[in-house]
Design a binder for this molecule. Structure first.
Ligand SMILES: Cc1cc2nc3c(=O)[nH]c(=O)nc-3n(C[C@H](O)[C@H](O)[C@H](O)COP(=O)(O)O)c2cc1C
Length: 246
């Protein structure tokens, strides 16, 4: 009898160990749990990032790229966000910024970043989507900071942004409209980063906003690839640029 009780105890012990192991396995493979944790830790660095963005509005607006001289005839204009972004978590360099810099490095272009005045965009993804949706519904024209460089120096202007709700972020329409005269007669080349919507008509919308410019074929890059597959993206950018016939 004693032996039977001991065997039963051993079986119960083994069973409880198996359940414990199974529990660990399912916790480890739960993306939701992991994402939640990531989002929580994101909050702390968002505040730090918000400070950085606010300061960056004080920076000079035109930056020579690594290969650019500051007096190139090609310019890359871009808008991009750090903080929490879809599928990539918290980033300290925006997806579009990464692609913009690749284009500048490959063409020797100068860079101009469109930065909002008094940067009010939230650093959490959900809140940012709400603010962006409201701006789109209001057909808003958010102001950007600083002086746009003298565009008469440039023949070719690459213009890129993240797709926001299937469209250019509204601040880019501010840029197009404020500079429509200076952009007339130029070659404009759109590019986007996105998470599934591709170019989202950036090219036709740019043509409508700047009817006196020539708009060439655009490039769409997944934001996640901009962060995590940079060699592939660099090669894609190179192919695209060489096909533009500049
Ligand atoms: C407000 C908002 C709206 C978005 N809307 C879309 C969309 O309509 N289609 C899409 O594919 N991706 C959408 N995304 C994902 C972004 O386009 C993508 O994460 C992009 O690479 C972010 O680039 P950035 O880091 O340069 O800002 C949206 C992201 C945000 C923040």
């Amino acid at each position: 009898m004693k032996k039977r009780v001991r065997n039963l105890c051993v079986i119960l012990l083994v069973l409880s160990m198996l359940f414990a192991l199974a529990g660990c396995g399912s916790a480890g493979s739960s993306n939701n749990g992991e994402d939640k944790d990531q989002n929580t830790s994101v909050g702390a660095s968002q505040n730090a990032d918000a400070g950085t963005v606010a300061e960056s509005t004080e920076q000079p607006e035109v930056q020579p790229s690594d290969t650019g001289t500051g007096d190139s005839n090609t310019l890359v204009v871009y808008f991009s966000r750090t903080g929490e972004q879809y599928t990539v978590g918290v980033i300290d360099e925006g997806n579009t910024a990464i692609v913009a810099k690749m284009i500048a490095d490959q063409t020797g272009a100068d860079l101009f970043e469109v930065l909002p005045v008094d940067d009010y965009y939230p650093m959490t993804y959900d809140e940012l989507t709400e603010v962006a949706k409201q701006e789109q519904n209001d057909n808003a024209r958010p102001a950007y900071a600083g002086e746009v460089p003298d565009l008469s120096q440039y023949d070719t202007i690459f213009i890129g942004a993240p797709v926001w709700w299937g469209d250019w972020p509204m601040i880019m329409y501010t840029f197009f409209e404020n500079n429509a005269d200076a952009l007339a007669g130029k070659t404009l080349i759109p590019f986007s980063t996105h998470e599934g919507s591709g170019l989202s008509g950036f090219d036709t919308k740019l043509s409508s906003a700047c009817p006196d410019s020539t708009v060439l074929d655009g490039l769409a890059i997944r934001g996640n690839d901009a962060q995590n597959a940079q060699d592939d993206v660099r090669a894609e950018v190179e192919d695209w640029i060489s096909g533009l016939g500049l």
